[in-house]
Ligand binder design. Sequence first.
Ligand code: SF4
Length: 568
Amino acid sequence: MTLRPPGVLAPLPLGHIDMPRTAEPPAVDPAVSEFRPGAHETPSFFIWTLGCQMNQSDSEEMAGQLLAVGCERAPSMALADLIVINTCAVREHAEAKVIGRQGRLAELKVAKPGLRVVLTGCGVRESERSGLARRFPAVDMFLRPDEEPELALRLALVSAQAPVGLKMTATAATTVVSGRPVSAADHLAPNRATALSEGRVARSSSVSAWLPIVYGCDKTCTYCIVPFSRGPERSRPFDDILAEARDIAAAGFQELTLLGQNVNSYGHDLPPEERFEHICTERSSGRKLDLQGRPDLAELLRSIDAIRGADGLPAIRRLRFITSHPWDLSDRLIEAMAECPSVCENLHLPIQSGDDEMLQRMGRQYTVEHYRERLARIRDAVPGISVSTDVIVGFCGETEGQFQATLEVLEELQYDTVFAAAYSPRPGTPALRMADDVPAAVKRRRLNELLARQESIGLERNREWLGRDVEVLVERITPPRRHLDPDDADALDVEATNEPVSAVPQMYGSAGEGSVAMAGRTRHNKLVHLAGDPALVGQPVRVHIEHAGPFALRGHLVEAPGEPDVLA
Ligand code: SF4
């Protein structure tokens, strides 16, 4: 499933308290310093990341590369010598944002002739490379997602011969899907292992860490571009993932999120091993696969949960994973979710539509009944779990009755959060051969109706938390609203980092001297606003919930730091 847009589990770039953790660039060996480009030539860089957590994780690797060769971060696009735009192509709107900035980029290039712009992410697909320069005239270089490990090399910031810094374990390649060249992700796992060993992953938070476990997607959703931009599923070796999780625990991260377009499909492409012979899962829908003796997500969750601190508690306080697909929601995975104390009581499980004929046309290969059964199974195993989902309205041929069926499923299944979008045709997807026959006005009306319905459901779900004390992992200080300079990080929906902290708004009542407005999340992924000492960023605290809105909760501190909350 397409990974979540920002805002869900995304480690939001943090307030001025919590700085990104970046490894010191490796010392330059004087014997080879002649191979390094002169220090003055290394550009300051700015990475604009759109879309999902996998893009955020990829941007951390690109930033790590550039820092490793001596580049420095620029606070905004206007001040950068190198702009990297990591695009999302899941919706037309995401690409339109980048196209909409071409004019501004051209102005910046006139003001700074040496400025270079690189476009990467799912917006760069091999089969459409020839047309990209016309659509993005201000861009100098286009990189497919699987070519990102070669960013510094292709910018000649290092030379292939230079043994300095960036060892490349394997280079990019393509494979063929539905007769078309697409990225092949085979080399991404070894390259990440090398980047980690050289300290070249510039994590954007010191509270929450991303850990990609499977790249690409080989599902068949007809509306989706991801299989053509990221290629078939490629799982990282089990031991590489465990080693990275141990490092993340040792570095003191409180939260770890396992990433994959289909994170619960992890392992099906890995060779069977004796140590995993106890694993035998059946796919409950979709394409049948021999999963005997291969590691799966359940095994990973149990193994990461088993990494314990000196106190015998899980070294990673909160373990999350995103995004799941109903095909691979096995009983083994549900049992691991129920039995591993560090696994948070929260799941993102896209349904996309509440009508079987629509699901078939979307290529989802499961039925509403199958989905309903899996969700009920999870809710039995993990009482009170919060669940979010994705829905597309106005897909090709959707009738009013089929749309109403989707609304009825939302009423029945009572999601905590729904990410909904109106269908937009994507170039190169199978759905392009279908008639996009739902008028734009009808799509808009259906989207607004669904969002309004979900807003009242979300409010009722959040009201259940009123009066309770919950554990909140404080993620950031929330800066005051202010006028946005278009090149500033904020205007690109990346949160400001160095804003003067705001006085505590009235709504927090008698917050202590020096308190600031801040935000964090519960284990159920509820966004909670509170006030407190800036030093609490990165800490688990206990908050008494006194206000519930459709999208967030608010409360006051009762304990800092606190014990993990248990469901009533
Ligand atoms: S093809 Fe389907 S499962 Fe794969 S990323 Fe796209 S929406 Fe998700």
